[in-house]
Design a protein around this ligand. Structure first.
Ligand code: FAD
Length: 472
């Protein structure tokens, strides 16, 4: 431990965001970086706790205190090596992870947690800049073949680990580009897509084959896949968005969040959408239904597209601002999250249920909402009661951001005949194994819609299980 008193004398310092007036004019990343001296000072604040709760909270088991110490000592190469030993893609998590580790940091008891996520991305960017993130193809090949279906963080992590083991890996992706929700869901202002391309170039040089524009279950059948490969890893995500089937749902101007976000990501990538299919917030009163992260991404995107107003509503009550006795430290706290997008200017409201969409001549003009209250019954179950009078929120674009219910069953999954769990995800009958022989699972397809860090962890775990299955 470098500086045992730094946590007492140095405060948490975040790099912060670019100024609002500047960042809303483009889709570049909003987050700034600290200078090296400050970054090292931030790393020095780590107390190297005997029981590192940060490590416990990280789904990847990142050995956080150890790489803080290396960073503090200026041992950047070693810090990256240690970080990369548990995380295939620290450049992604360093940008988009909600940092479960920081919420569990002991210094968070004083609301001054270590800047673990920012330190992670600083170490990783330094590693790329200095050129020591290099392709390292396996020394020999095992002769075994594995198909990974889906190229999100789970599929990429599984492919990376399996390739390192010497297996020949082919990743199939139905979209035109690799990356899953990293590429087409998460906006560029949170994750610049060059960051994905930089990593993909390495994975390709290491020997992973990427097949884009191939929907497995259509272009390649499930039977073909099973016949051709020694193992199959399903990493197709949780692609079915939760709908809001209330009166007026068929009016024009109501879209799923992901359709809107995908289009914007494609526009930034230089693709064009035919005018009739364009979903634009320009000059519109936008209502985002759903108070989570996807909703927040819709807020930031609508603001950049020059919406006249943006409102985000949520059916659940507003969480407390600082601490929540229901989720005490070191748990991940259920407290109010205010993203960079929220700070760019939107109205946020809670405890509102949507009753019906209202329109004129087939086009949306507003949404009738009503205030609700949530009460707990004796069994601890929450029930919702309408309280206030109905109210109409004017809107000519609604973005449905209420999460995802399950993976798409039709096609590949039904053809394979995999078992589903009660929520409709592919059931892992044993760790990362589906009910079908030699078919494995990783990421949201089995976890349900989750986080990038969990998808990477799940992909790594699937690769371990596949490795063992290929050895018998
Ligand atoms: C808008 C949005 C923003 C988010 N922001 C964050 C964030 O900031 N931080 C965070 O941690 N998490 C975030 N998440 C969640 C995170 O992106 C997901 O949990 C994660 O990407 C899941 O990874 P995955 O690899 O399991 O699936 P996905 O990333 O969904 O990838 C699955 C891939 O499989 C492909 N596919 C599907 N079916 C087939 C088929 N039959 N054949 C071939 N390919 C197929 C899909 O096209 C897709 O590319 C966000 C999610 C959304 C929707």
């Amino acid at each position: 431990m470098g500086n045992s008193k730094a946590f007492l004398t140095i405060n948490r310092k975040e790099a912060g965001y670019r100024p609002i007036h500047e960042r809303i004019a483009d889709f570049s990343e909003v987050e700034q970086t600290l200078n090296t001296e400050d970054r090292i000072l931030q790393a020095s604040r780590c107390m190297e706790c005997g029981v590192p709760f940060c490590h416990w909270a990280c789904p990847l088991g990142n050995v956080v205190p150890e790489w803080q110490d290396l960073l503090f000592k200026g041992k950047w190469t070693e810090a990256y090596a240690l970080l990369a030993s548990t995380n295939n893609f620290p450049e992604f998590t360093g940008r988009v992870c909600p940092a479960l580790c920081e919420k569990s940091c002991v210094l968070n008891l004083e609301n001054q947690p270590l800047t673990i996520r920012e330190n992670e991305v600083a170490i990783t960017e330094h590693a790329f800049q200095e050129g020591y993130v290099k392709p390292r193809p396996p020394a020999s090949r095992t002769g075994k073949t594995v198909a990974v279906v889906g190229s999100g963080p789970a599929g990429l992590a599984a492919a990376d680990m399996l390739n390192r083991q010497g297996h020949s890996v082919t990743v199939y992706e139905k979209d035109e580009s690799i990356g899953g929700l990293l590429r087409l869901g998460i906006p560029d202002f949170k994750l610049n897509k060059d960051i994905i391309d930089r990593r993909l170039a390495i994975l390709e040089e290491e020997g992973i084959r990427f097949e884009t524009g191939v929907e497995v279950g259509k272009a390649v059948s499930a039977a073909q896949l099973l016949a051709q490969f020694d193992a199959v890893c399903l990493a197709i995500g949780a692609g079915v968005p939760r709908d809001l089937p209330i009166e007026g749902r068929n009016l024009s101007g109501i879209h799923f969040a992901l359709d809107f976000l995908k289009q914007q990501n494609r526009t930034v990538a230089g693709q064009t959408t035919p005018p009739a299919q364009q979903i634009s917030a320009k000059g519109k009163k936008v209502l985002v239904i759903g108070g989570g992260d996807t909703g927040s991404d819709c807020v930031g995107t609508s603001i950049r597209q020059k919406a006249t107003s943006v409102t985000q509503i949520e059916i659940l009550p507003q969480p407390p601002e600082d601490t929540n006795p229901d989720t005490p430290w070191p748990q991940y706290p259920n407290i109010l999250k205010t993203s960079s997008s929220h700070k760019e200017g939107c109205t946020r409201r809670w405890s509102l249920a949507s009753k019906r969409f209202i329109g004129e001549n087939g086009a949306l003009t507003g949404v009738e909402v009503v205030e609700v209250e949530w009460t707990k019954d004796e069994s601890g179950r929450f029930t919702m009661h309408e309280t206030g009078k109905p109210e109409i929120i004017p809107a000519d674009l609604v973005l449905l951001s209420m999460g995802f219910t399950s993976p798409v069953h039709e096609g590949l999954l039904d053809d394979l005949g995999v078992k589903y769990d009660a929520r409709g995800n592919v059931e892992a009958v044993k760790a990362n194994e589906s009910s079908v022989k030699k078919v494995f699972v990783a990421g949201d397809v089995t976890l349900g819609a989750s986080l990038v860090v969990r998808a990477i962890a799940s992909g790594r775990k699937a690769a371990e299980i596949i490795k063992a299955s290929l050895q018998v």
